[in-house]
Design a protein around this ligand. Structure first.
Ligand code: ADP
Ligand code: ADP
Length: 225
């Protein structure tokens, strides 16, 4: 369903040009949990931004179900590492979770989905609170709830658990897995952590920064029960 063809991305021009991605090809099937691993600077975040249309590839293409991506597709949701930047501080938790649905579905449907999503992430009691009243791990749960309530076909997560403590991280990994299995969504998950990638995924994309500026990619399929 997601197909990347001979994609490159170069930042800047002339002598200041940085080739972040050089010639990637891969495919991700529906309902897969794919991790993208690699060292800092390998181009993982750049790849994710190109996948969701926040950045335009310099050459090559990204397509979802055969349709070229040229802006954020309706069918995608994003969860970033920095939950502080992703929640609106002046809105309640329930408003934050329902925000992407406003104007898209009826308010009674929004209420239903927000209730279900907050329940699913263990924050059924936090509707009327504000982000700053919650811990970092709880705020990241809210960001996940927002993605869940949106019911995306494709969920992109950029190092979503890098800023939370180890126990919270383990909880959120299991939560993400159960959400993915229940919803059937395709997940693309960027992480530094190979153990996390192997635990979560049935497909791993390894990006390396060698040689020089051309990024290489290796696709590994993992059996998952
Ligand atoms: P990763 O997420 O794997 O750490 P990035 O996608 O952030 O890698 O970066 C890949 C390369 O692109 C790095 O060399 C980085 O310095 C460069 N880069 C990323 N964003 C920009 C930008 N906005 N302008 C110029 N270079 C950038
Ligand atoms: P209220 O809860 O005040 O009755 P509504 O449910 O009528 O509010 O609408 C809330 C928002 O959702 C409004 O911006 C409205 O335009 C939008 N909306 C309502 N129904 C639909 C719908 N079927 N499809 C898309 N947007 C809708």
């Amino acid at each position: 369903m997601l197909k990347v063809t001979n994609m490159t991305k170069t930042y800047g021009q002339g002598s200041k040009a940085v080739q972040a991605i050089g010639g990637l090809d891969f495919e991700v099937g529906e309902g897969r949990f794919v991790s993208i691993v690699g060292p800092s600077g390998a181009g993982k975040t750049t790849l994710l931004k190109c996948l969701c249309g926040l950045l335009k590839p310099t050459s090559g293409s990204v397509a979802v179900d055969g349709v070229p991506v040229d802006g954020p597709p309706e069918s995608m949701a994003l969860v970033f590492q920095d939950y502080r930047a992703s929640l609106m501080p002046w809105f309640t938790i329930e408003r934050n979770v329902g925000l992407p649905l406003e104007g898209r579905v009826h308010s009674s449907e929004i209420r239903k989905r927000v209730d279900e999503a907050l329940e699913a992430v263990g924050l059924g009691h936090c509707h009327k609170q504000y982000p700053w009243q919650l811990s970092g791990g709880m705020q990241q749960r809210v960001a996940i709830a927002r993605a869940v309530a949106y019911r995306p076909a494709i969920l992109l997560m950029d190092e979503p658990f890098a800023s939370v403590d180890a126990q919270t991280r383990a909880d959120l990994e299991d939560l993400t897995l159960s959400i993915q299995r229940n919803s059937g969504a395709t997940v693309l998950f960027v992480t530094h952590d190979v153990d996390e990638a192997v635990y979560l995924s049935d497909q791993v994309i390894v990006m390396s920064s060698a040689p020089s500026t051309v990024r290489q990619i290796v696709n590994i399929d993992l059996p998952r029960d």
